[in-house]
Design a protein around this ligand. Structure first.
Ligand code: FES
Length: 81
């Protein structure tokens, strides 16, 4: 079986309060609606120690900075296959 790619959302207090709180359910729903749960493993993480660049989202090896709740669906659409 293929290994699942990780999607990691920063749940540190800075990222969480500045938008990741709202991004979390959006990502969760996107994966469910598109039957991507077998391909991607979605989890939360502690602070990445780059709070000033947050909110942070990591998909595979790519780090997305300054992620806004309104943009997260677009990021997923462009990045996940
Ligand atoms: S809280 Fe997200 S990088 Fe620090």
């Amino acid at each position: 079986m293929e290994e699942r790619t990780e999607i990691v959302i920063c749940l540190g207090s800075s990222c969480f309060s500045r938008g990741n709180r709202k991004c979390l359910p959006v990502i969760d729903k996107y994966l469910k609606d598109n039957n991507l749960e077998e391909k991607y493993f979605f989890r939360g993480s502690r602070c990445f120690n780059i709070c000033e660049k947050g909110p942070i989202l990591k998909i595979g090896d790519t780090i997305f900075e300054g992620v806004k709740p309104g943009e997260v669906a677009g990021i997923l659409k462009r990045t996940l296959r």
